[in-house]
Ligand binder design. Structure first.
Ligand SMILES: [Zn+2]
Length: 262
């Protein structure tokens, strides 16, 4: 398993750009199963998490309202808070280090979009953040303060575009995991191939059609597909970006502008 290295800030949060996450993810996929990068397709997220990262999995109700979709447990603990719907009470359960706990409500989703995004998101926490949370015996004797044992991830952390500024430690680690999830489910190089082919072959003529096409190929929600297309600048109005190598930029009129949004 590739162990990416990166700088960290004073409290151990990785300092890593989105573009670097794209590169790291493709290195990881190359080691996991290089055939996946040969043509656009959906990754088997269970196989990746359970057999490549050697993580464990459990299913519980993580809240009374279904707003917490997943949890990454970094240390053996008896204190994972879950919701017991029969008693209508919160309670603690045991969980082992390296366990992804998925909220039971995600199993109601026949498309598995939320399930796949959540699994990939928790894998991102494991790869980028476990060193911040894992407690070893040496550290236990050095740190008086109890350290967090798990991260609970809300729906807004996993899907959709928050648009807010990243300020706190939590903002940054959730952003890393959200971006990792998109990059794993829709790798940059495959997105470029898929969008280019769809446009080139006339399979799609609108951004809505492109979103549906990407959603189908990679088994992600239309919302996730739209955000990823925007992130990578692969929408219909960005054809000029795709072909930028064909232009001599010095020949373009000075007021030429690329439309980045759609
Ligand atoms: Zn998270």
């Amino acid at each position: 398993m590739i162990k990416p290295s990166f700088k960290r800030n004073w409290n151990g949060v990785p300092i890593i750009k989105d573009k670097e996450i794209d590169v790291i993810v493709e290195q990881i996929i190359t080691q996991y199963n290089p055939k996946l990068l040969t043509n656009p397709q959906a990754i088997d997220i269970d196989d990746f998490a359970l057999y490549y990262l050697n993580l464990k999995q459990d299913f519980k109700f993580l809240s009374h309202c279904g707003c917490i979709w997943g949890m990454m447990v970094f240390n053996d603990t008896r204190k994972v808070p879950v919701y017991n719907p029969e008693l209508e009470l919160a309670e603690y359960i045991e969980a082992e280090e390296g366990t992804i706990i998925i909220d039971n409500t995600l199993l109601d989703d026949s498309t598995e979009y939320r399930y796949r995004s959540t699994m990939a998101h928790e894998c991102g926490h494991w790869i980028f953040h476990k060193d911040m949370f894992i407690v070893n015996e040496m550290q236990s004797s050095l740190f008086d303060e109890p350290r967090e044992l798990a991260i609970a991830c809300r729906s807004k952390d996993i899907e959709g575009q928050s648009g807010r500024r990243l300020v706190t430690t939590n903002d940054w680690i959730e952003h890393h995991a959200k971006y990792f999830s998109a990059a794993l489910l829709m790798p940059k190089s495959l997105m470029e191939i898929a969008c280019h082919e769809a446009k080139q072959n006339g399979l799609v003529t609108t951004n809505e059609a492109l979103i549906r096409y990407i959603s189908r190929i990679f088994e992600v929600s239309p919302t996730s597909a739209r955000i990823r297309i925007q992130q990578l600048g692969l929408g219909i109005s960005n054809v000029a970006v795709m072909n930028r190598n064909l232009f001599n930029w010095n020949d373009l009129p000075s007021r030429f502008e690329l439309i980045e949004d759609f």
